[in-house]
Every structure is written in C-alpha cells, then in structure tokens.
Design a protein around this ligand. Structure first.
Ligand code: GDP
Ligand code: MG
Length: 657
C-alpha cells in the first residue's frame, strides 16, 4: 500500500459520547470485527476499563477499506484508528495520540451536544504544532431525546464550522452514518508526510532506512511490546535494530546495543503476526527488550547498521512539549502508595515500573534500589511506600485497580495532595535569616507550629457546562469551593458555560461528584491552565491523631476558615470506617497546636493487655498478609485481623470530606 493510501486518525470526544462504540462499528464494517464470532470491541481491553466502561488507554487498530481515493493498485485505503480516553485525567493520552495522526474525528452526543471535555479535546487538537484535520460527527442519533439539528447548529457556531450540514450524523447502535464517516475520513485526512530524506520508490522499499516511532508500549509475559508507526522503511522479523532517543543518531554503532526483531504484526485489535510492517503502517514489534524504561513514547527504532549515519529522526515529542494544556503531562496530585502485603515493597516497585511503561501520566522518580527520596516510610501504620504523581483522582483509582487486576498487588493510596509553594519566613521557630521558598508535596515538610510562612496553591481554570435550571446551584458550588473570576455564557437556550479560576486542591476533592449531584448528572467539567497558575491562600494543615499518635498519611491541608468543619467531617467518617477494637480509639484532629475535633470509638471487649489503649510501636502494625505467592496473583487475599487497620476507606474519608 503506497503511503498516499494511508490515513492515520483518532477519535476524540467528551467521555461517553460514543468513541469506543463507533470505532467498533468501523472495525465491523471493514471486516475486522465480529468475524468468526469474535466479538471484540476495539477498546477497553484492560479489566478496569471493562468494569468501569471507560477508556483509560489510547489504543490502535488497522483496517483496510476499499475507496475511490486510493491511488494504489489494490484500491484500498489503510486506516489506522486510535481510540482515546475522554476523561480529563487521561488527557495526556489524548495529546500523545493526536501527535501521531493527521486526522481527528470529534464526536458529539446528539442529545447532549457540547460538553466540557469537548472543548478540552478540541482545543488540544487545534493547538498542536501540526494540527490534525478535524472532522465532526454526531453520535447516538437513534436516541429519542437526540436533537441532531439543534446540536449541529450550536456546534457549528461554537466550534467555527462553516456548514452545519458537514457534521455527519451517526448511530453506532442503529449502524447509521458509518459509511459516510469512513468516506469522509478517506477524503479529508491527509496521508502521513514523507521524511525529508525519504527516497521512496514504491516497489523497492527494502533498502530504505527504517524509522519506526514508538506510539505505546506494554508489558506481558513475553516481555516488552511496542506499538509503532513506521515513518520510513520496513521492519521485518530477523532485522537487527537499535533504539534512538536523541534527535540525531550520531553515536558510533559499537556503543549502541543491537536487538533482533522477534515478532512483528498488526493490531486488528487482536494481534495478528504479519512478519513485516511497511512505511505508513502501525503495528506491534517485539525485540527481546528486557528493560521497559529503554523505550518511551516518541522513541525511534532504526536499523543497527544505520547507527552513526546522519539520518533524519522525526520528533513527535515536540508536539507533546508544545501542548500547553494544564493537565497534559504534569502531575497535579501526589500520593504515596503502600503495599498491603508485609513484604510487598519490592513487588510494588516492580509493578509500578511496568505500569509506568503503559501509563505515561504516572510520575515515578525514584532511585533504582527502590529507596532514596521517593520511598516513603508510612510509619508504624503503613510500612514503606512509593511517592507517585498523578493526573487526577480517577487516575489514582484506576492506578490502584490496575495494580490489583494486572499485578495482583493490593495497595493503599494515601490521600493525594497538590504541590504547595511555601515561603518560610524567618522566625524564632526555624532559625532562618532569609525567607526560603519550597514546594511542599509531602505534608511532613509543611511548616511547624509557630513558624511564619506564606503559601501559594496551584490553581486551575475550570469550564463547567450545565443546563440553565441548575445555574444557581452551580455558581454556589463554585463560590463555596473558592472559585474566583466567575463568568457565565449561554451556549444555547438550555446550556450555560461557567468559567472560573479554582484551587486544584478543591477541584480534586469530590468536586466532580458534587457537580453531577447538583445538576442531576448533566453537569460536566473541563480543566485548563490557570492564569496565574499560583495564588496565595490562607491554608492550614490538619493533623489526625489516633490515641495520641499522629497518623501522617491522614493529615490534610484545607482553607483555614474551613479547618474545623472539615476536621469534624473527617473524624466522623473515620469513626464509621475504622473497625472497633478491644480498646477505645480516640480520634482527634489538630491544627495550629489545638485540638479542633474529636470522636471516640468504644471498645467492644475489655482487654487486659491493652488497658492503656495506647497503640505502640511496630508491633501493632496491622496489614493484610500476603497469603498467596506471586504466581497466584489475582486471587483474593484474606485479611488478617489486626489492631487498627488503615484501609483505603480510612484514607477516602479524608478525600471525600
Ligand atoms: P466513549 O466513552 O466515548 O468511548 O463512549 P462509549 O462508546 O463507551 O459509549 C458510552 C455509552 O453510550 C455506552 O453506554 C454506549 O452503550 C452508549 N452508546 C454508544 N453509542 C450509542 C448509540 O449509537 N446509540 C445509543 N443509544 N447509545 C450509544
Ligand atoms: Mg471509550
């Protein structure tokens, strides 16, 4: 297939607007899906995705489609389709996908119209260095409540589409509009461009210099798999290749490791071994790579014999770097992750490394021995853990579930915190002579009682969409959560958009759930870079004590005027989730040296050994026991009865205050 007959495109949309369903229909119609009773949806191959019905990973599939625009002798177009997640926590996946494609199909639910993430993904597409051709389509027009004409009119007004009739109405359920959509993709999406040094002759591509870009990579029992897009040349089993990470392959060949290509195939979306991939194609490659960290998105594979030659190395990272949306790859939340199994730290490190290969939104910076700055002691309650940066709360939950599903590791994640910029002022308490500024991600570094400090917190711009009848409640929520510079705009006669600058810390708590609750499920939220990104605020650290011992991972930072009410809520919730013991548990919350809230959990039986009710040292650590060996992963571990168990529920009581 000549390069001119290749179309790389992706679906982008607000969550639940039908990307996964529509991409499955495309596969079906091009004959890749549903054949031989193989009912495979294109996406959502991870257990967590199926369970939650969301897409967290972009994934790709190739299909052949006969079309008059084809110039090759076969008359078919090779379509490489990338499905992307819709939730804002996974928007770094979206940015990454957009940098590999020349076309983006923006889907809009014909009943809901423009939603918050519609803006996010649309603006992301438009802000790319080489923006893809955007094609618009309406989905779910089979729904009774669908209003395709009005939605098309509103969309064309807000997303500057000249002709509303150019928006393709589709329904994955009723199989409407699939062929017109494929036709438009074939006609409108430009083929991938040639590399500047590409002297391609259609039938003689064997001696071309291979350039394969790694789009994604994942780990399975056979090792590291790479999803690649062939930018030039051909890759075949048996080829000897090398990994290039810089922009020029100018090092000498003797110093560069050579790999033998073991298996090559395409993704339909199940893997089909083809032995060869040609320019323009997307597919998977395995070459015996043991160390997952050697490949990353944007890594280039070339022939080993070409190492040192002055080859043109395409750079996709550029567009990711240039992508300026707030949540693209910067971590917005930090938390520490602790294995429940007593000796599970090594396994956790290993699993996190592998997950990190597949989840580029995770920020893992840690020394190779698993120790160093990033391993965190959970004190007597949690044992060692890892500090990890996340993209949002859903990302944290998905991460935790993937650890269990894919690696058999049960872990607790401490309440995530945003990074605070703290300026410590000279004071008696800290012996400073000059103010110093530090980024505090771990509340152990928060200024102590009596220290003078100023604190700036990270801000985010939110855009909320909601039916107009909930406008009052939405504005109240935004104000309550310390939103400022609030503006409103009617999108059409039913829907309003609300724009405000808000503290990240408030948005990452249960803001999204609250928005859904007050808008009967219709409100949606998108986040963008705030201006300015930091804002000074009056914030206090609230410490949680159990029987007089501070439990570091449970402490939190909140707006000073809310400290007491937040502390009361957390203490109450902890009372509900902590299991009763043979001794009384006193739960206290302390801020600025004062106890501001407390609760008591009565003992269920008098215990002679523990009269004092004081929990002491490492002997009282309670954890789940690792009952099964690693190979039996996935099986449920039973929980050993302990003294005070800090379950995920205990940590969640801090998050959902
Ligand atoms: P994604 O989040 O954009 O990938 O959306 P999904 O493809 O997972 O679809 C979200 C929901 O909309 C699912 O419950 C689908 O069953 C439903 N859905 C998708 N396409 C259609 C359609 O054409 N008609 C109707 N009625 N429902 C649809
Ligand atoms: Mg999906």
């Amino acid at each position: 297939i000549p390069l001119q007959d290749v179309r790389n495109f992706c679906f982008i949309a607000h969550v639940d607007h039908g990307k996964s369903s529509l991409s499955s229909r495309l596969l079906e119609i091009t004959g890749n899906n549903g054949r031989e009773n193989q009912k495979i949806a294109l996406e959502n191959t991870l257990a967590v995705e199926r369970e939650r019905g969301i897409t967290v990973k972009a994934s790709a599939a190739s299909m052949l489609y006969p079309h008059p625009s084809a110039v090759g002798p076969d008359g078919v177009i090779l379509l490489n389709c990338v499905d992307t997640p819709g939730h804002s926590d996974f928007s770094s996946e979206v940015a990454r996908s957009l940098s590999f494609v020349q076309g983006a199909v923006l889907l809009l639910d014909a009943a809901q119209g423009i939603q918050a993430q519609t803006w996010t993904v649309y603006e992301k597409a438009k802000s790319m260095t080489n923006p893809p051709e955007v094609i618009l389509a309406l989905t779910k027009i089979d729904l009774d409540v669908a209003d395709p004409i009005n939605v098309a009119l509103t969309v064309s007004e807000w997303l500057s589409v000249e002709d509303p009739e150019s928006i393709i109405p589709t329904s994955a359920r009723s199989r409407i509009g699939i062929v017109p959509l494929l036709d438009k993709i074939c006609r409108m999406v430009p083929p991938p461009s040639r590399l500047p040094d590409d002297k391609f002759i259609e039938d003689n591509d064997n001696n071309q210099h291979l350039r394969a870009q790694v789009v994604d990579s994942w780990y399975d029992e056979r090792g590291v798999n790479c999803l690649v897009q062939i930018a030039a040349g051909t890759i075949a089993e048996g080829d000897r290749i090398a990994i290039v990470t810089g922009t020029k392959s100018t090092t000498t060949s003797s110093s560069v490791q050579s790999f033998s290509v073991q298996e090559v195939g395409i993704v339909l979306p199940h893997s089909v071994r083809t032995g060869k991939l040609r320019r323009g194609q997307m597919g998977y490659v395995r070459f015996g790579l043991k160390d997952p960290s050697q490949v990353d998105t944007g890594t280039i594979l070339i022939f080993h014999k070409d190492v040192g030659k002055d080859l043109y190395i395409p750079s996709i990272n550029q567009s990711i770097i240039n992508d300026n949306s707030a949540d693209s790859t910067k971590s917005v939340l930090f938390a520490s992750v602790h294995p429940l199994a007593e000796d599970g730290f090594e396994d956790l490190c290993d699993a996190v490394d592998r997950l990190g290969l597949n989840d580029k939104g995770l920020e893992i910076s840690r020394t190779s021995d698993g120790g160093g700055n990033n391993s965190e002691s959970g004190g007597p309650f949690l044992g060692p853990g890892l500090r990890i940066g996340f993209q949002g709360l859903l990302h944290v939950e998905v991460f935790r579930q993937r650890l269990t599903d894919e690696f058999g590791i049960d872990a607790v994640v401490t309440p995530p915190k945003v990074p605070y910029h703290v300026t410590f002022q000279p004071s008696k308490a800290n012996n400073l002579t000059d103010p110093i500024k530090r980024v505090v991600e771990d509340l152990e570094d928060w200024p102590g009682f009596g220290e003078k400090f100023r604190v700036e917190e990270p801000m985010v711009e939110v855009r909320l969409m909601s039916p107009v009848q909930y406008a009052g409640a939405v504005m109240e929520l935004i104000t309550k959560k310390r939103g400022i510079d609030l503006t409103t705009k009617p999108i059409d006669e039913n829907i309003w958009m609300f724009q405000a600058q808000m503290p990240w810390a408030e948005v990452v708590l249960n803001f999204h759930d609250m928005l859904k609750t007050i808008t009967g499920g219709y409100g949606s939220l998108g986040t963008f870079e705030a201006d300015p990104p930091l804002r000074e605020a009056r914030l206090s650290k609230v410490e949680i004590l159990l029987n007089g011992d501070e439990v570091g991972p449970l402490s939190f930072v909140c707006h000073t005027p809310n400290a007491q009410s937040d502390a009361r809520i957390v203490c109450k919730k902890l009372k509900d989730v902590l299991p009763r013991q043979q001794f009384v548990i006193v739960i206290q919350a302390k801020a600025d040296g004062k106890v501001i809230a407390s609760e008591r959990i009565q003992a269920y039986r008098k215990d002679v050994l523990n009269k004092s009710g004081k929990m002491v040292g490492g002997g009282d650590i309670s954890r789940k026991k690792k009952l099964l060996e690693k190979q039996k992963k996935g099986k449920k571990r039973s929980q050993q009865s302990g003294k005070v168990t800090l379950s995920q529920a205990a940590f969640n009581s801090v998050i959902s205050r």
